[in-house]
Write a protein that binds this ligand. Sequence first.
Ligand SMILES: Cc1ncc(COP(=O)(O)O)c(C=O)c1O
Length: 408
Amino acid sequence: MAVTTSTGVKTPTGVKTRRLADRVAEMTSFKVVDFLEAAERLQAEGRDIVRLEAGQPAFATPQLIVEAAEAALRDEKTKYTSALGIAELRRAISDLYRQRNGIAIAPERIVVTTGSSAALSLIGDLLINPGDGVLVTDPGYPCNANFIRRAGGEPQAVPVEAAERYQLTEKATRAHWQANTIGALLASPSNPTGELMDRAHLEGIHKFIASQGGTLVVDEIYHGLVYERDETSILEITDEAFVINSFSKYFGMTGWRLGWMVVPEDVVDVINTMAQNFYISPPSIAQYAALAAFQPSVIAEMEARREELQRRRDFFVPALRSLGFGIPVTPAGAFYIYADISALMKPGRADGEAFCWDMLERAGVAFTPGTDFGEHLAQSHVRFTYTEPMERLELAVERLSSALGSRG
Ligand SMILES: Cc1ncc(COP(=O)(O)O)c(C=O)c1O
């Protein structure tokens, strides 16, 4: 559907004069959805497609969590909860920080949300005035720019390079800070690169932003899914940053729509008011189910999955390299590979979208064009996820190999 705010909505029968708000014209769409739908269409026609496009673990929700949800339903835990989330879950998340990061985070600073997407939305509305700028990386998670725009702000893209592991540095933060910049919204590990900011980077960026009176928001949704390197939470460095997290990725609960944020103490009350108004409460059944996520046996299961994801990464990265994809740094975490296709296209003619359509059509392998994640390296890059079982990844390599071999 094409949307224009001056003329209304274009429909198959012509232009309807329905006035829409200007902000919808600025929204960028998520191209991954086009590939997801196309892959599903091909599958419905009977084709086997290796699905490496969507950003979600292909594992089932752990049994104990499912059982806890069944019990919540039976016990009629089906009503609104506190807008900030049930106290038991906020305490359990606080314990997770104690165990994982060795830090004491008061449960009162933890706000349970409807996926981390709701946390991003609340933080945007809390911090951004019309005209304010917020630094984001390019490439980066595409929805961030839309959350910023929705609040009337200006996403200020900072191009990042493989040499810096695709992460922001203190130097780049200084260089791109403008008169209207109020902070930065960063993800570590990042989507689409899987790259991680180490402690020194985080400290440098935090120090500079604090010196400007700005706010640092770190999306730590892929924490727990880091392979051989250490992950540092910004909360180990400062209580002033905002942290986003979720049950979607490490716990593999994307459809349960449950996330959380950790915020400075002085904004909890205003966030409570915002959440009450905008969402009333996060989903009750998902919250009671998530209490089971912290059982030692569930954590052990998640750790085994993390090891399995590492095994898949260790197979898939070199396999893609041997097919000609450029992957200058081995991604440290998440389940993404951001790959350069320049060597696979005619010189100066890299076109990630055309490449992805071609590979979906001819190889039966679905993955995402770089244009979903920004502009900087977008045309010459694509994103693979490696959440599918090993034999499917092996099949993807086989199919890509023969399709690339037969390209004219
Ligand atoms: C970096 C990042 N942040 C946030 C989200 C949103 O996740 P959810 O709303 O499921 O918690 C995603 C989803 O892919 C993501 O990649």
